[in-house]
Design a protein around this ligand. Structure first.
Ligand SMILES: Nc1ncnc2c1ncn2[C@@H]1O[C@H](COP(=O)(O)OP(=O)(O)OP(=O)(O)O)[C@@H](O)[C@H]1O
Length: 360
């Protein structure tokens, strides 16, 4: 296992990048702590695979260095990095049996036969393929083949890091949940440094200790699922994490007061905000009211999603979402919304800012 350091890292696919927008991966400094499980989360094209390929050695960055436990591996080939990788689509040897496929990375390293047997058996149980160990991979479903790929990724215990690039895309939904649980258990048992690329927030939030959110080639926040929920550092994080995502209200900020349209909102401190200023409030912190306090709002529709209701409202021509408890009575004369204490984040040009004198 290793600590992985990204030092001044950036990458452009262009031969002569001139400006920031030419970079698929914008400058990044980060330590992936030894033994932590990370999810790399973001929408399609935000640079996740570029970053993962730089860490694995499939791509040499146009700027900066990659260090494994302090050793510079920036230009080292993948084979010299001692990592295990699992890709979106299965990589298996069709003519080999499931057992031989799983044993392959261990045989390559000339491991003792009894130890190979033990590990193959253990991984086969994890991926629920003990009964098929002696079947040829050829003829198995894509789903089963991907489970073999995952098993091969997990079979070695001495790797510097385990890298997963959207590994559950071809797996059926029930098995997805099962495998994610197994991966988490594997991490718990062996303490590998794991980086798991996904565009699915559920996958990221259930798997990882820390989620690294990328947007437009930039890492916009690294945090625990709770931090991403409570204090999104960037409006994209607020929008991307949560279902529905965080609401944004254009606001004029003057010290500890925000004006949203004609309404006044009291803030938890005094903010020095410039540029495009907005309040971010998650649907869970929006309260419906029918009094004269708050921001004028009209209910458009109510969606019952089982455990709770999602109320869609019109606020100044924009759709806003609120979450109401399953049994909550939603008054027909609802004409305002207010914000629950502690539920407001303040943004200037899309980045979260803190009150003057407060810790971030
Ligand atoms: N080989 C390449 N040559 C040129 N541009 C590329 C290359 N690979 C990726 N890009 C561009 O770099 C940007 C980041 O792509 P990347 O594949 O890293 O994103 P991603 O977040 O992994 O997306 P996805 O989830 O769709 O795989 C995109 O704009 C993409 O078009």
């Amino acid at each position: 296992m290793a600590k992985i350091t990204l030092d001044n890292l950036a990458h452009s696919y262009l031969p002569n990048p001139q400006q920031e927008s030419d970079f698929a991966l914008k400058e990044l400094n980060h330590d992936w702590v030894d033994g932590e499980a990370y999810a790399l989360l973001g929408s399609s094209g935000c640079g996740k695979s570029t970053l993962l390929n730089i860490i694995s050695g499939l791509l040499i960055p146009s700027q900066g260095r990659v260090l494994f436990d302090g050793k510079d591996v920036t230009t080292a080939p993948t084979a010299d990095r001692n990592i295990a990788q699992v890709f979106q689509f299965p990589v298996v040897y069709d003519t080999m049996s499931v057992r031989e496929n799983l044993a392959f990375p261990l045989k390559n390293r000339k491991m003792d036969t009894a130890e190979i047997k033990r590990r193959v058996q253990k991984v086969a149980a994890m991926i629920d393929m003990e009964a098929q160990l002696d079947h040829k991979a050829r003829g198995l479903t894509a789903d089963a083949k991907q489970k073999i790929s995952l098993g091969r990724g997990m079979v070695r215990e001495d790797v510097n890091a385990l890298l997963f690039d959207e590994p559950l895309t071809v797996i059926d939904p029930h098995m997805k949940w099962e495998l994610r649980t197994q991966l988490k258990k594997l991490h718990h048992d062996f303490g590998h440094t794991m980086i798991y690329v996904t565009h699915d927030q559920t996958e990221a939030l259930t798997f990882a200790d820390k989620v690294v959110v990328m947007y437009d080639g930039r890492v916009v926040q690294i945090g625990t699922p709770q931090e991403l929920f409570e204090r999104p550092a960037h409006t994209f994080v607020g929008y991307f994490i949560g279902s529905p995502g965080m609401n944004l209200f254009d606001a004029q900020i003057d010290g500890n007061v925000a004006r949203v349209g004609d309404a006044t909102v009291q803030l938890d401190g005094s903010y020095a905000a410039t540029g495009k200023t907005q309040l971010g409030v998650r649907p869970e912190f929006i309260r419906l009211s029918s009094g004269s306090d708050g921001i004028p709002a009209t209910i458009r529709r109510i969606e019952d999603v089982g455990r709770h209701k999602i109320v869609r409202l019109d606020v100044g021509g924009k759709e806003i979402s609120a979450v109401a408890a399953e049994g909550e009575n939603i008054a027909a004369d609802t004409n305002r919304i207010t914000f629950a204490p502690g539920g407001i984040n303040v943004y200037a040009d899309d980045w979260r800012i803190t009150p003057q004198g407060a810790a971030a």
